[in-house]
Design a binder for this molecule. Structure first.
Ligand code: ADP
Ligand code: ASP
Ligand code: MG
Length: 435
């Protein structure tokens, strides 16, 4: 069997849903389990209506029209989506209240709950034995970190139990889970990719397919670099680095369940299904290209920690990292010299609490509005000097580099530049490596 995940970009209109239905129908011999995101743009609209509640407004018009017009165009029964009324009463009940992350997850859940029903109904109309399921009713369980919930390991067993014997085509909600109390949680924005790979691992699928709006993982975000090209194969490590550092095409956690079970992940284009897209697999790193892709993650913060006396002292780094741990601030990139440590973070939620404690042990400088540009390719580990031009190319284009870091696996080089230079850095590096 295979898992096929369709993102919001593939589900933006009735026409798109027809295309998705054709792709599913032509793969029935592979026994697909289908994972779907919300209709394109709906999660943002749900967040927008949640933010209106504190101002005393319930605004459902656009959400209603978006879903009802798709249903009309697909010639389905409008009563199919009672969830819209359920959503309206949830919004009414929270009118004027301060919205907690828990309520926000419940509100966001309606996106996938609605899309899965519409797609299953349309497939049924085409004669396919499709049924929609909420992932949490199939065993998807997380902790209670609303908005960014962590999977509970037992989910693999439970999902297997619920989904493996199913004969028809299951259309499962991406992004959603429940905690042990039965409250709805979400896996983080873009999390439907992760749902697909969790289900793929639970069912030991032959392949996890991520269907989106571009021809696979490309040498750069095509919105930044016009002539970016598709990468035919990537290793799990290369894909994980790219996803973590900004390649939105894959949610950063997608690769892990696939690695554990060595399941290939294929990224394909719903609008161009004949294009082979990208295959991500264990030994997918080999290529004539030394550098494969350049990706960027904007709006990060650099923290420079300077301590002339103490850096070399035993336990100093442990103390610093202990403070990040205490305040639950994940660190993305690290570079050290004899007198200073520089780190990047992408979430400033607890920064104000962390800083005074850091300042007790060192001099601290914070640089905001920065971006990480990452150059990825397994070939870089073997080719000495391949990284050197990066510095010249950026200098020639007046892009100042604030920090440099190379991962231990040597398959990537990370550079911190200012947000305003982020796109330019990707463009000039892409031009240098690929023309
Ligand atoms: P979906 O709704 O299918 O999940 P996303 O918007 O999350 O789609 O991801 C697809 C988008 O990712 C593309 O439209 C593209 O602009 C962006 N993207 C960023 N980096 C890359 C890359 N290296 N390769 C391909 N797409 C990328
Ligand atoms: N609908 C969710 C989002 O927009 C999850 C996803 O699309 O993967 O973030
Ligand atoms: Mg996505």
């Amino acid at each position: 069997m295979i898992v096929m995940k369709f993102g919001g970009t593939s589900l933006g209109s009735a026409e798109n849903i027809k295309d998705v239905s054709n792709i599913i129908s032509s793969n029935l011999d592979k026994h697909p389990v289908v994972v779907v995101s919300a209709v394109g743009g709906v999660t943002d609209l749900l967040l927008e209506s949640a933010s209106q509640l504190e101002n005393g407004k319930v605004d459902m018009d656009i959400l209603r029209e978006k879903h009802e017009s798709i249903i009309r165009e697909l010639d389905l029964d409008v009563n199919l989506i009672k969830e819209l009324d359920e959503l309206e009463s949830l919004l009414q009940n929270n009118l004027g209240k301060q919205i907690t992350l828990k309520v926000l997850d419940e509100i966001q859940s309606f996106g996938e709950r609605l899309s899965s029903k519409i797609i299953a109904a349309y497939l049924q109309k085409q004669g396919v034995d499709a049924i929609s399921f909420n992932a949490y009713d199939m065993g998807m369980q997380t902790d209670s970190t609303f908005g960014q919930a962590e999977l509970l390991e037992g989910s693999y067993r439970d999902l297997h139990e619920h989904l493996s014997g199913f004969q028809g085509v299951a259309i499962v909600t991406g992004f959603l889970a429940k905690n042990e109390k039965g409250e709805i949680t979400t896996l983080g924005r873009g999390g439907s990719d992760y749902t697909a790979s969790i289900i793929g691992a639970a069912l030991k699928a032959e392949e996890i397919q991520i269907w989106t709006d571009v021809n696979g993982v490309m040498s750069a975000d095509p919105r930044i670099v016009e002539n970016a090209h598709t990468i035919e194969t990537l290793s799990f490590d290369e894909a994980a680095e790219l996803a973590y550092f900004g390649a939105k095409v894959l949610h950063p956690k997608t690769i892990h369940p696939a690695i554990d079970h060595e399941i290939p992940v294929v990224v394909k284009n719903t609008m161009e299904p004949a294009n082979i897209g990208t295959k991500i697999l264990n030994n997918g790193g080999e290529s004539k290209d030394i550098v494969k892709s350049i990706s960027v993650k904007k709006n990060i913060t650099v923290i420079n920690i300077d301590s002339t006396k103490m850096l070399a002292a035993y336990g100093f780094l442990a103390k610093i990292f202990g403070l990040f741990d205490k305040h639950q601030i994940p660190v993305d990139m690290v570079a050290t010299s004899e007198v200073s440590v520089s780190l990047t973070i992408d979430n400033e939620d607890h920064l104000e609490e962390l800083l005074p404690e850091l300042e007790e042990v060192a001099q601290v400088k914070v640089e905001k509005d920065m971006a990480i540009v990452i150059v990825v390719g397994e070939g870089m580990a073997k080719k000495i000097g391949k990284a050197a031009p990066i510095f010249d190319v950026l200098a020639e284009n007046s892009v100042h580099i604030h920090m440099v870091s190379q991962g231990a696996s040597e398959i990537n080089i990370g550079l911190v530049v200012e947000n305003v230079n982020a796109e330019k850095a990707v463009q000039v590096l892409h031009k240098h490596y690929f023309g």
